[in-house]
Design a protein around this ligand. Structure first.
Ligand code: NDP
Length: 285
C-alpha cells in the first residue's frame, strides 16, 4: 500500500527592491529543513508600485507571512489589517504574520538585536550610544528603551533625522534620548555600556570603510555591536576585540530576528546555531 503524501508547501518569504543581496532565505530554509517542515522561504523582487498587488497576492495564495525589506517597511503598513505594539512604536514593519485571515505587521529587527544584547548582559539600566538614525537604528533604539535601557544617545551624520529619532524615542518610551552631532571621531563616554553601529558603513563591498569613532576610548568590558551582517567581522568589530571589548556581530542580530520570525509564523522553535552556520557557509563561500 502506498503512503499518502502531500506535495503542498507552506509559503513565506521576503519582498524587497532590490532583493538579490538579501541572505535571509539562506538561513531560514535550512532551519525549516532541520525542523522537518515542508515550508519554503522565497526571495521576491517587488517593485514599489506593485507592493499592494504583491500583498494581495500573498493573502490570496495563503502565504503564512513575509518579511519586508528596503524600501517597503513603511509603505506596507497601508495594506495590513493590524500592527503589533512594537511595529506601532517603531513606525515600520519588517515581518508580517498571516493569522486567522488577518495580516498582522510586526517588527523583529530591534527584538533580534535586544536578544543578542541579552546574551551578554541584562539590557535593564543600560546606557547606549547609537550611531545612525535610519530604519535599523530606529528599531534598535525603541526596543532597547522598551527593554529597560536607562539612557540613549543618537549620533547621526544628518542632524535633522538624528534629532527626529531622539525625540521619537523619548516620546514613545519615556526613556531620555538625546542627539549628538557626528563631528570627527566620536569618543565613547566612560558611562556608556553599549556602542552600536547602526549605519550601513562597512557593508560589503565597502569593507574597509571606517566608522568615525575614537577607538582609544574603547575600554575592556564595553559592549560593541555592529549591525553589518556581511562581512560579520567588520573593521569596527576587529578594533573592539583588540581592545578587550565584548563584541556582537550583525549575524547574531540577523539570526535572532529570523528566529523570532519563524516562531511567529510556525509556532515552533528553530535552532539558531543551524541558521548561523548556514549564513557563515554562504558568506565564506
Ligand atoms: P537606512 O538607509 O535607513 O539608514 C542608514 C544610516 O546610515 C543613516 O543613519 C545614514 O546617515 C547612515 N550612514 C550611511 N552612510 C554613512 C556614512 N558614510 N557616514 C555616516 N553615516 C552614514 O538603512 P537601515 O537603517 O535600514 O540599515 C542600516 C544597516 O543595517 C544596513 O547595512 C543593513 O544591512 C543593516 N541591517 C542589519 C540587520 C541585521 O539583522 N543584522 C537588520 C536591518 C538592517 P544619514 O541619515 O546621515 O544618511
Amino acid at each position: 500500500m502506498s503512503t499518502p503524501r502531500s506535495f503542498k508547501q507552506e509559503l513565506v518569504g521576503v519582498f524587497g527592491y532590490p532583493v538579490a543581496e538579501n541572505p535571509t532565505q539562506a538561513m531560514i530554509e535550512p532551519a525549516f529543513a532541520d525542523m522537518g517542515l515542508a515550508w519554503r522561504y522565497l526571495t521576491v523582487e517587488v517593485h514599489p508600485d506593485r507592493l499592494g498587488d504583491a500583498v494581495r497576492g500573498a493573502r490570496a495564495m495563503g502565504w503564512r507571512g513575509f518579511n519586508c525589506t528596503i524600501p517597503h517597511k513603511i509603505k506596507v503598513i497601508e495594506f495590513l489589517d493590524e500592527l503589533s505594539p512594537a511595529a506601532k512604536a517603531i513606525g515600520a514593519v519588517n515581518c508580517v504574520i498571516h493569522r486567522d485571515g488577518k495580516l498582522i505587521g510586526d517588527n523583529t529587527d530591534g527584538k533580534g538585536f535586544v536578544t543578542s544584547v541579552s546574551e551578554v548582559r541584562d539590557p535593564k539600566g543600560l546606557s547606549a550610544l547609537i550611531l545612525g538614525a535610519g530604519g535599523a537604528a530606529r528599531a534598535i533604539a525603541v526596543e532597547l528603551a522598551l527593554a529597560g535601557a536607562s539612557r540613549l544617545t543618537i549620533v547621526n551624520r544628518t542632524a535633522k533625522t538624528g534629532e527626529a529619532l531622539a525625540a521619537h524615542v523619548t516620546q514613545q518610551t519615556g526613556v531620555p534620548t538625546d542627539f549628538q552631532p557626528w563631528t570627527g571621531d566620536v569618543a565613547v563616554p566612560s558611562t556608556t555600556d553599549l556602542l552600536v553601529n547602526a549605519t550601513s558603513i562597512g557593508l560589503f563591498p565597502d569593507v574597509d570603510a571606517r566608522v568615525a569613532v575614537d577607538v582609544t576610548s574603547f575600554r575592556p568590558g564595553l559592549i560593541v555591536s555592529d549591525v553589518i551582517p556581511n562581512p560579520p567581522r567588520t573593521r569596527l568589530i576587529r578594533d573592539a576585540e583588540s581592545r578587550g571589548c565584548v563584541v556582537l556581530d550583525g549575524l547574531g542580530m540577523l539570526v535572532n530576528q529570523g528566529v523570532i520570525g519563524i516562531r511567529l509564523w510556525t509556532g515552533q522553535e528553530p535552532k539558531p546555531e543551524v541558521m548561523r552556520q548556514a549564513l557563515e557557509d554562504v558568506f565564506s563561500a
